[in-house]
Design a protein around this ligand. Structure first.
Ligand SMILES: NC(=O)c1ccc[n+]([C@@H]2O[C@H](COP(=O)([O-])OP(=O)(O)OC[C@H]3O[C@@H](n4cnc5c(N)ncnc54)[C@H](OP(=O)(O)O)[C@@H]3O)[C@@H](O)[C@H]2O)c1
Length: 395
């Protein structure tokens, strides 16, 4: 198998190192902005790669949505399989890329896009072959988890913890995608698409981040024997409706999510018959992520053309519906903080999303164990939560 790597940075460079000396897969060409001298012989334009009939698979580790989306479409049309670690382009253009790949008999794989080296998407794909996945979620953004860890364990402010993460290479210069929950949302979306065989539009999934988190919010969580994590949740109802959101959560201290520190990820899914499955590990990093890319290459090498499109059989468009999902929240805005009564999640999200637009910074966190709070039991007349806000069932 001869491949080309597009983007020789942290992950692309890791893939090249892992493949060195392998008899079964070799890197024939590299397309990147600044090619190191040792790779000069492999330096290629995009056109050369697409026109080279020996190259059957392109590894994309450039990052971002455009021009990568355009380039991936060109590669698929040229008959190349695509393996990418890029969650931004997968979340934004999943349906188009997957359908194009199916049309051209090409593979389209992105195991590294969620959970780095953790076999999460492949795990979902395997579980749903034999069972039905009803729910999934967990901690999927390593950068925010590192920032929260530094705030909780080392008493840093968010600005201090973010600056440290940037200096250590864990956070981008523009940290918006991480601290506004957008990166976590992309990973949730890709996971839900995979598990529920659907295609959700990125903007339709509500996302709250940790941008406005203050030490007093951590103290408020501690009062209820909780800590704070940025976590994802998606549920599929019996009638097919999908409940989904990305948000900080007040996690009870004895919940497995509370034990995830630094760059750790913890991902879980709930299957109809098999119950809870959980996955954990380091959710980013050169060689763990590059290893996932190499696994995709090996799967393509061994299985094409029997499984030309990865993970999903169908690409039915879906729209999340959080109406009737009753949840409780911690909210701190200009007027102070409170814990809400049971709220319809769709209405609550709409209300909170309007407040920053009106100039009010708000931090809000989902409470995943509301029964522990005063007035926690649902009063009669309150609609039962169709998809409970509880933490995943313990194994
Ligand atoms: N890092 C991780 O732990 C991790 C984990 C999971 C997934 N990912 C994903 O993997 C992808 C790559 O991440 P990374 O950390 O390897 O990024 P990176 O270190 O910045 O590498 C990107 C490489 O692509 C090159 N590049 C970017 N845009 C280009 C363009 N328009 N033309 C030519 N070359 C271009 C860059 O060149 P310059 O350096 O010259 O700009 C760099 O060599 C991203 O989608 C990321 O989300 C990363």
């Amino acid at each position: 198998m001869k491949i080309a790597i597009m983007g020789l940075g942290t992950i692309g460079g890791g893939v090249e190192i892992l493949l060195r000396g392998r008899p079964d897969i070799s890197v024939k060409r590299i397309f990147t902005r600044h090619i190191p001298a040792e790779y000069a012989a492999l330096d290629s334009s995009l056109e050369t790669i697409l026109q080279d009939p020996e190259i059957d698979t392109v590894v994309e580790t450039l990052g971002g949505v455009e021009p990568v989306h355009t380039w991936l479409c060109e590669a698929i049309r040229a008959g190349k399989n695509v393996v990418t670690a890029n969650k931004a382009v997968v979340a934004a253009h999943y349906r188009e890329l997957a359908e194009l790949a199916a049309e051209h008999g090409a593979a389209f794989r992105f195991s590294a896009a969620v959970g780095g080296g953790i076999p999460w998407l492949t795990g979902l794909e395997q579980i749903k072959r034999a069972d039905k996945i009803d729910a999934l979620g967990g901690i999927m953004n390593a950068t925010c988890n590192l920032i929260l860890s530094r705030m909780i364990r080392n008493g840093r402010t968010l600005a201090e913890a973010l600056a440290e993460a940037q200096a250590e290479g864990y956070a981008e210069r523009d940290p918006s995608a991480d601290i506004d929950g957008l990166d976590a949302r992309r990973k949730l979306l890709i996971s839900a698409n995979t598990a529920f065989d659907c295609v959700l539009p990125e903007e339709s999934v509500p996302a709250f981040g940790i941008r406005h988190l203050q030490p007093e919010d951590l103290e408020a969580a501690a009062v209820w024997h909780c800590t704070v994590r940025l976590s994802n949740r998606a549920f599929r109802e019996e009638d097919g409706r999908i409940r989904i959101l990305t948000a900080p959560v007040f996690v009870p201290l004895d919940d497995p999510e509370a034990t995830v520190w630094d760059c750790g990820n913890r991902l879980w899914c709930q299957a109809a018959r098999g119950g809870l499955y959980s996955f954990g590990g380091i959710g980013a990093g050169r060689f763990s992520t590059a290893q996932s890319v190499v696994q995709d290459l090996l799967d393509i090498k061994e299985k094409t053309p029997e499984r030309p499109v990865f993970y999903q059989k169908g690409f039915a468009p879906a729209v999340p519906d959080n109406r009737g999902w009753m949840t409780r929240w911690y909210v701190r805005g200009a007027a102070g903080s409170c814990i809400t009564e049971w709220r319809d999640t769709a209405e609550f999200v709409q209300e909170i999303q309007a407040r920053p637009a009106a100039g009010e910074p708000v931090f809000t966190a989902l409470i995943v164990c509301p029964s522990a709070l005063p007035g926690g039991s649902r009063t009669s007349g309150t609609a039962a939560p169709a998809a409970p806000a509880a933490a995943p069932p313990r194994a």
